[in-house]
Design a protein around this ligand. Sequence first.
Ligand code: AMP
Ligand code: MN
Ligand code: MN
Length: 315
Amino acid sequence: MKITMDDAAQMLRDAQTVILTSHIRPDGDAIGSTLGLMHVLRAEGKDVRVLIDDEIPRIFNVLPDVDQIERPVKGQRYTADLLVVCDVELGRTGESVPSVDAVRLLNIDHHVTNDEKADYLYLDPDAAATCEIAYDITRTLGVTPTLDAAICFYTGIAMDTGFFRFSNTTPHTMRAAADLIEIGVKPNIISVAMEMKSYDEVMAQVKAIRNLEMFFDGRVAAVFIDEERARTVTTTEGLLDKLRVIEGTQVVFFMKWLEKDTYRVSMRSKGTNVSRIAQKFDGGGHIRAAGCTIHAPFAEARTAILDAIGEELNA
Ligand code: AMP
Ligand code: MN
Ligand code: MN
């Protein structure tokens, strides 16, 4: 059931023990929204934990108390008055949602593809980031975010908007970010931390780009990373930003080996609806940024994603 922001704020107010969680392969918005709300709610005297069922990339070490994020322990039950699922629908949290016994569950998200299965859902596809919503909810609670919370919310907003460059950046996004900077966030510290790569990671990216292929008369640029290449291409963070600058491209993507017959696809577009492509493979996302996992041998997966993109380009 969809609820209003006032309702969502009231649910947070009513809970004394809260568990926050988000999606596997967490990004800045996933970590920023959960950790930021943790700081807000702890400052309100609540008992709060964050569970994320994955490793936290080290670029996020700049976020206050990121080390307090827990990975759910197999077989352990967690209890709370309220479970808050941020930046994802209920199905993509790994073991987090299944291991929590909560009286109520609140889902806060900005993905158009959200399956709306949560009992209580605050969904705003026009919000640039879940962190933008989390900031608004904090204000709705009548609370000014602490600096720790502000750093987290700013990071999520900055990451999901490509540092305020993507089409999801609205006047409201900028005002929220301005408020957070007023609280004390240093934009340069966040951007330096988020873009940091090791020498090896930079070289891995160079190797990945060497395998760049163009399709559909230059409208699509892609990098395919098979099992062998996946051993040397250790990070794909920022890879698509390098492809999207190629003149004439409408869709850029990579397909990377995850495990046997399993490939992760990550897509960006300049208007083509890539979330519709991702949904064909049970994935999701936004119109201009989406992803999915394809279960097939390499050659088959490659053909499947190229065909799906071709169809959408001609739609
Ligand atoms: P990424 O390409 O991983 O940065 O993801 C782009 C957008 O698509 C993000 O909003 C993700 O949450 C979403 N997304 C990526 N992979 C999946 C997936 N397998 N299922 C649903 N949504 C996804
Ligand atoms: Mn996310
Ligand atoms: Mn997001």
